[in-house]
Design a protein around this ligand. Sequence first.
Ligand code: AMP
Length: 192
Amino acid sequence: MNLILFGPPGAGKGTQAKRLVDGRSYVQLSTGDMLRAAKASGSELGKRVAAIMDAGTLVSDAIVIELIEDAIARHSGAPGFIFDGFPRTLAQAEALDSMLAARGEAIDLVISLEADKEAVLTRIVKRFAESGRADDNPESFKVRYAQYERDTLPLLPVYGAQGKVVAIDGMASMDAVSAAVSTAIDSPPRSR
Ligand code: AMP
């Protein structure tokens, strides 16, 4: 089972991915977490992406595709992957399809966590106060949200046309969202 947790910044993708890792033995692949780790380590890559991330714009496709490629190779025996924050562009989605096809696999399910802009902004402001994550300030959030609408949201109809999307109310309680995610995994929509 390979699934994508899809949704705007602040929709709860990371939280739900971590719950799935705890509940099932899937491997979470979060490009945001990988890039934050690179930034924190002060590596060459981290230095290259720090300003881009803080501004809320997208790191290049080549960088994130390579991160995902390496991570998939490192977890070759994984029973499933949860893609969190990836793919964010059509080029990334196409690269992901090719990587999975090389393993004889595909994306089975796209869980779309639905949340409106005002609600996620309120969440992000709270997260900023709690975690101090640099790109959670309202200015960066606006850029991230606009980037999401422009580059990432158009992927949804692509996966929708493949019959892979299940929409879930991302503003429900964490437990209610987890329960809906589990149901979607246990009875995924029929893919073509
Ligand atoms: P996230 O934690 O998923 O919200 O990602 C935090 C930041 O990392 C984003 O605002 C981007 O700057 C960068 N990033 C994470 N994933 C990607 C991706 N798939 N493509 C491009 N940039 C990304």
